[in-house]
Every structure is written in structure tokens, then in C-alpha cells.
Design a protein around this ligand. Structure first.
Ligand SMILES: [Zn+2]
Length: 206
């Protein structure tokens, strides 16, 4: 019997944004992809953390804002396919409208993207040796997704922290979903790793 490689998590972030590499051995997924125009910084951080670029099977953006997906096309050119949830497709071209020339943004094209539904995410991750799934977790923007691993870690992008989201029913519903799915540790795109609060601070209406 082949023993599954334990899943490991490292941060290759910079400029106050966390980019998480989730690995099952040498089968790796990059969660959030980097600011535009600074592929060199990303490459240096990957190297420093012992992650060969060629071992990254997919790059997943929790959402298409410049600090999360700005580097997606440049990484595709390096051979890392972009993993897109079907509800994110329309948000991709909008990203360029916020970019300034000095951002050196390379526009994300549809070419070479791997577009899947949430239902298909578990199978794709399982082929990578990563037990988990990708869930729709709106609240920061409508097209935000989270990656949850079956043993508890959840990668939430910019989902507003639950304690501060009392006026954001959409975000609270996303936290409720993550709680229901057994999240135990929160790996946000900004700030430190947090323990998932088992008791919701807010009861959803109805
Ligand atoms: Zn952000």
C-alpha cells in the first residue's frame, strides 16, 4: 500500500500578503498568487522556503484582486496552470481595470486555465494527494472561495474575520459553512494564523 504523504503548509508571502503552499510531498498547490510584476520576489520566496516552482501543480486565487491574483499569468508562463472556479471566471477580466501602468500587470487570459465547479474540487485535490475541497465563501467579494482541508486548516483569503463581520450577513454565512465543515485553523491572506472559534458569536437569522 502506498502511504499518502502528509500535507504540509508553508507561507511564501510578501508585502503583507500571505501566499500559502499546500503540499502533499512534491505535489503542491499555491493558494493566492502574488502581486503583479514581481515574479522575481515570488521565485526568491519559493526558493527560500524550499518549494521548486515546477512542483506547483496549480495556482488558486481565493479571489481576483491584485494582491491575490496579480501574478497569475506570469506564473502560467512559468508552467503553473491557473485553477479557476467557474463562479470566478467573470471576475478575472475586471482585475485589469484597477491596474496602473507601474503595476506591470500581465493580463490573465483564459488560455491554460483549468476551470472547475466546486463539486469537482474534491476529486482534483484528491488526485494531488490533498484531502479537502474548495467552497464558495462570499463576504469580501461575491467570487471569494476558500480551500478547506479535511483535517481542519482553512484558507480564507480576505473573508472578514468573524468577530468583525457582525454587519456582514454574507460573511457570517460563509463562516457558518466553514464551521459546519469542520474548520479548526484559519490561514488568512493577511495577518497571522488563527484558531477557528468553535462557538459562533452570532446566530444566523432563521
Ligand atoms: Zn487582499
Amino acid at each position: 500500500m502506498v502511504q499518502a504523504a502528509p500535507v504540509t503548509i508553508v507561507n511564501v508571502g510578501y508585502r503583507s500578503t500571505n501566499y500559502w503552499v499546500v503540499s502533499a510531498g512534491t505535489s503542491r498547490l499555491l493558494v493566492d498568487i502574488g502581486w503583479p510584476g514581481i515574479l522575481g520576489t515570488m521565485k526568491a520566496n519559493l526558493k527560500r522556503m524550499g518549494v521548486p516552482l515546477r512542483e506547483i501543480r496549480y495556482a488558486l486565487a481565493t479571489h481576483y484582486h491584485m494582491d491575490h491574483a496579480g501574478l497569475a499569468e506570469e506564473l502560467k508562463m512559468e508552467g503553473v496552470p491557473l485553477l479557476v472556479l467557474n463562479i470566478q471566471v467573470e471576475a478575472i477580466p475586471v482585475m485589469k481595470t484597477w491596474m496602473k501602468p507601474q503595476d506591470n500587470y500581465v493580463e490573465v487570459t483564459p488560455y491554460g486555465n483549468v476551470t472547475i465547479s466546486f463539486d469537482e474540487s474534491r476529486k482534483l485535490l484528491s488526485r494531488m494527494g490533498i484531502p479537502g475541497e474548495i467552497l464558495h465563501t462570499p463576504g469580501h467579494s461575491d467570487h471569494c472561495v476558500s480551500l478547506i482541508l479535511d483535517d481542519g486548516p482553512v484558507f480564507t483569503g480576505d473573508l472578514p474575520p468573524e468577530a468583525y463581520a457582525f454587519d456582514n450577513a454574507v460573511a457570517l454565512a460563509s463562516w457558518a459553512l466553514l464551521r459546519e465543515r469542520g474548520a479548526t485553523r484559519v490561514y488568512p491572506a493577511h495577518g497571522p494564523i488563527g484558531l477557528f472559534d468553535k462557538t459562533p458569536g452570532y446566530q444566523l437569522p432563521g
